[in-house]
Design a binder for this molecule. Structure first.
Ligand code: HEM
Length: 940
């Protein structure tokens, strides 16, 4: 037994000594002792190889220190340990009878933050795979530089036929300058001024999984062959059968749901059952769709490639053997064999080259690559455009071209976006919709946000003009890099300059809302509240002394001092992020807009150019969030009354625009704000999305099942299946479907019984096989004893094991029921966000070293920092124990939809259902606030 195991065993047995249930004081003493011993043994080091990764699993001693015997008990599950630490849940996550619950809470919460930082550092170290051809340099280094320290890449230079080729330096050193660096460009070029193409429209999606593990159904390596045993391909297991058997929402009254169409005249008697999240509202569901339309798109102008393909509804497993579906089966399932979908666009599918480094052979890119047809930057391109076509739909006010065009609509307050008209570029299915850069999959939620942020854009312009009238000769802060010494006075700003500044401000506000308002509600617990605020404000910039203490401890004692380039990257990820917090020189009084190091010096790509990976798209396939019916309310009457039930599908495409203009932003805001969204679980896909009519398909049904299509797209894009996906991200893999059952639940609990039932459904759909222990299935992880993971996954050779390796990633993360408290997403999705959400800030100079008045104007910088023209304004009281500014989306709503002010008075986070009483410390209780007692939503 090693020294560490001996100490650990001693501490754990100290708890148990004397009696079966040790007294709280004895437990507390044992935990404190464990902490001291843990400090003595030292913190674990960052893994050198994939096989040594952290996996979110700590030693017994650490578990005892941070979460007591409960945390020790659940160490043997595959799920991350921080779930079980003190203070990471609601009030019940604090111990009873201890001398100090604050000390245990501190141990638990700072321990969780510690774990998260380890995960992020290792994710940055092991999960960056660029598809532009830079990967060889990343692995082998270049000109004496280690890969992680490389900052420029020839592959990201502008090509000779680019109109800006000469401007950036032609065939010499390319550096963006002048007009190209002043603001966010249409196609996203010149965000990184030394790598003009990075993140621009049309660049390939990256990967987070090793190239060799992508496209598992091609069976390109012996490991993938061993892993899947020839059992998977594009339509196997059958995606429509999976959707119908595992995704369909059960209905208590099918007639009242009417396949998601509700009842005539939006009758309030309609009802579509769905599993609801008590702490997250429908505004949050549409927010994330609104975000994805900024970040990525596989499609071009609402189309995939012209060729159509079959989409399943042909076979199922019967007693573990594939059998064709009979007409009766098809009818029972409700799937459609004659549906067809357009194939995904492929950028490159020629066999990728190989290289050798350190005795190992690597692929230079994935076997196929796909273009991100949007800018990858968080630049509000869904509002402002990302190419020459989309920008034509962005209409500016003819009377003041610094503003967006908004039209008054009689009967509803405020301005509304204009409707697409003849001469605008648009696809037939978008006819009648608002004219916006990204019009696809439009419904009432997207209409809501596009209108809201167009108003916000104009609010900024109005405020700027107001201040310019008061101080026309005042220094706006803006500078022109081509004429850097000239002070641009408030009165000097051209309309274009003001428009561009307003875009920067709106994009940064959106990023801030997402980081410190949406995400802490998505992951509703104390460590994540602290972590996300640190992500935006910088580690020591939260303003709350308690936060600084916890986080400073993490850094000073957790990671030691930086000694080399790799460590430097690791330190950066700890300290970094937050506009201007780390951005080199962004706070400097000597900042020089003509000095590339000042303008660009704060970004860090960790040696791999930034773009979203395919795996990121996978974990954003969040269609279960959407309810079938919107509980519609009237803000001018009684907000507690559900007046109608409006089917989401009745607000699809052009119908959204009618719905918005006839009912107005305030009523939709109230309705979406009060209603709970659908949880991310199996059996929770909207009925209407399984049966959606997309007239653009020239097929017999013209319908498609979006849930099934999500699976097909992932298979087309070569996303590894769930278990290998987890291993690739440094999470522990499962040994069978039974691992999906949450071990925290009592043996006889009803929820547990439901989960056991789901396990049997997974077994029916994905099947089992007789395993062969001689077949190694992965090199991303090893068993705890150091042996390779084989086809038997720890079960005896020759036994029947679950085909857990074949489970589609979306199915797997939907089946994850063991989650940290308040997590609307699963831990598998979470790690994907940890690495990519961080990089999205680290890589963007407009959130780091170019978050400066020279680009944003002084008003712009203050607006982003203060959540509006004045401030900061503090929220009343101390929600969840924190003094905090009024949240940024709440401020946007108050400013632009003033009818909502009375309702919003009670709201702390705009994504928490507005009528809910938040209770104490991260409560998830579904309970009305005092004046919402009559709201029928609380009786459901
Ligand atoms: C009314 C609501 C919605 C409708 C009608 C809708 C419809 C669609 C359709 C038709 C596709 C294209 C499938 C394809 O051909 O590949 C799609 C893709 C997608 N949807 Fe939704 N969706 C809705 C809500 C959401 C929400 C709330 C999210 C949450 C993030 C979301 C995330 C995605 C993602 C990530 C893709 C893949 C995009 C890509 O590959 O570039 N959708 N959706």
């Amino acid at each position: 037994m090693s020294l560490i195991s001996l100490i650990s065993a001693a501490a754990v047995s100290a708890v148990a000594q004397g009696s079966d249930t040790p007294s709280p004081k004895r437990q507390e003493a044992a935990e404190v002792k464990a902490c001291a011993q843990m400090a003595f043994t030292g913190f674990r080091t960052i893994a050198d190889t994939r096989a040594q990764r952290f996996q979110g699993k700590v030693t017994e001693l650490t578990a005892l220190c941070r979460g007591g015997t409960n945390a020790v008990k659940f160490r043997m599950t595959p799920w991350i340990d921080l779930t079980n630490y003190w203070g990471t849940g609601d009030l019940t996550s604090l111990p009873k009878g201890y001398l100090s619950t604050s000390a245990s809470q501190f141990r638990g919460v700072s321990g969780a933050l510690h774990d998260l930082e380890y995960q992020r550092i290792e994710l940055i170290k092991f999960n960056l795979f660029d598809n532009n051809g830079t990967y060889q340099d990343y692995i082998a280094g270049r000109n004496g530089l280690v890969g992680a320290a490389i900052k420029t890449w020839p592959q990201l230079r502008l090509a000779q036929n680019d109109p800006n080729y000469v401007l950036v330096g032609g065939d010499g050193e390319q550096i963006c300058k002048g007009q190209l660096i002043r603001a966010r460009t249409l196609t996203g070029i010149c965000n990184d001024i030394r790598n003009p193409l990075m993140g621009s429209t049309g660049m390939p999606f990256a990967r987070n999984a090793e190239f060799e593990t992508t496209f598992p159904d091609l069976g390109q390596t012996q490991l993938t062959k061993n892993r899947h045993g020839g059992r998977i391909n594009l339509l196997t297991p059958d995606p429509q059968v999976i959707s119908r058997k595992l995704f369909t929402r059960a209905q208590s009254n099918s007639e009242a749901c009417n396949r998601g169409f509700g009842l005539p005249n939006n009758s309030p008697d309609a009802n579509c059952d769905y599993q609801k999240a008590p702490f997250f509202n429908v505004l949050a569901a549409y927010w994330i769709q609104f975000m994805t339309h900024d970040w990525f798109s596989h499609m071009e102008e609402g189309h995939n490639a012209p060729e159509l393909m079959e989409v399943g509804c042909t076979t199922q497993l019967v007693n573990n053997a594939a059998a064709p579906l009979s007409p009766e089966d098809i009818q029972t399932l409700g799937c459609r064999p004659s549906d067809r979908a357009d194939k995904t666009y492929v950028l490159q599918d020629s066999p990728p080259g190989q290289f050798t480094s350190g005795g190992r052979t690597y692929l230079v890119r994935a076997p196929k690559t796909f273009a991100n047809n949007n800018t990858a930057w968080w630049d509000a391109s869904q509002l402002y455009g990302y190419d020459d076509v989309s920008v034509k739909r962005v209409k500016r006010d003819p009377n003041d071209s610094a503003k967006m065009m908004l039209e008054p609509v009689s009967g509803v307050g405020g301005g509304y976006l204009p409707v697409l008209s003849a001469g605008d570029p648009f696809e037939p299915q978008w006819a009648g919709q608002e004219s916006v850069a990204f019009p696809d999959n439009w419904s009432i939620g997207l209409s809501f946000y596009h209108n809201l942020f167009a108003r916000e854009h104009n609010s900024f312009v109005d405020e700027f003009r107001k201040q310019a009238r008061l101080k026309p000769n005042g220094d706006s802060g803006l500078r022109n890099p081509s004429d850097p010494k000239r002070v641009i006075r408030n009165q000097d700003l051209s309309n274009d300059e003001l428009f561009d500044a307003a875009r920067l401000v709106v994009a940064a506000e959106i990023a801030k809302i997402h980081t410190i308002e949406w995400t802490p509600q998505l992951l509703y617990n104390e460590p994540l509240y602290k972590g996300m605020n640190a992500n935006w404000n910088g580690l020591l910039g939260t303003g709350d002394p308690d936060d600084s203490k916890a986080l400073a401890e993490l850094v000073t004692h957790g990671f030691g001092h930086s000694k080399n380039a790799t460590k430097e990257s690791q330190w950066y990820s700890v300290f970094a992020s937050g506009p201007g917090i780390f951005g080199m020189g962004s706070k400097s009084p000597h900042y020089d807009i003509t000095n590339p190091n000042d303008v660009n010096g704060g970004v860090n790509h960790f040696g791999s150019p930034f773009n979203f990976p395919e795996e990121f798209v996978t974990v954003y396939r969040l269609h279960p969030l959407v309810p079938d019916l919107i509980e519609y309310r009237d803000a001018s009457k009684d907000p507690n009354r559900i007046v109608q039930k409006v089917a989401v599908i009745e607000t699809f495409e052009g119908k959204a625009t009618d719905a918005m203009r006839s009912r107005g932003l305030a009523n939709w805001g109230l309705s979406l704000g009060r209603q709970r969204l659908g949880i991310l679980a199996l059996h929770n896909h909207p009925q209407f999305l399984q049966n959606i009519l997309l007239p653009r398909f020239n097929t017999p049904t013209r319908q498609i099942d979006i849930g099934a299509l999500d699976l097909i797209r992932d298979r087309e894009h070569g996303v590894p299946r769930f278990n290998e996906f987890r291993r690739q991200y440094g999470l522990r893999s499962l040994t069978g479907y039974d691992d999906f059952v949450d071990q925290h639940l009592a043996a006889d609990s009803a929820v547990r019984k439901e989960q056991v039932e789901i396990v049997s459904q997974l077994r029916e759909v994905y099947g089992t096989h007789v395993c062969d222990a001689s077949k190694v299935i992965t090199d991303a992880q090893v068993n705890e004893d150091g042996s390779p993971i084989n086809d038997c996954l720890g079960h005896p050779n020759g036994s029947v094991v679950d085909n857990i390796e074949d489970v589609d990633t979306v199915v797997g993360w939907l089946a994850e029921s063991t989650r940290p408290h308040g997590f609307a997403i699963s831990e598998t999705q979470f790690v994907v966000f940890v690495v990519n959400a961080s990089r999205r800030l680290f890589s963007d100079r407009f959130f780091t070293s170019s978050f400066r008045p020279e680009f944003y104007t002084q008003l712009g910088v203050d607006w982003v920092n203060n959540n509006g023209p004045v401030g900061p304004i503090m929220e009343a009281g101390t929600p969840n124990g924190h003094r905090q500014p009024v949240s940024p989306l709440k401020r946007v709503l108050v400013r632009n939809v003033p009818e909502l002010v009375p309702e919003l008075q009670h709201v702390v986070n705009a994504f928490d259902p507005w009528g809910r009483d938040r209770g104490q410390y991260y409560s998830l209780e579904w309970k009305p606030r005092p004046d919402a007692g009559s709201d029928p939503a609380f009786k459901q």
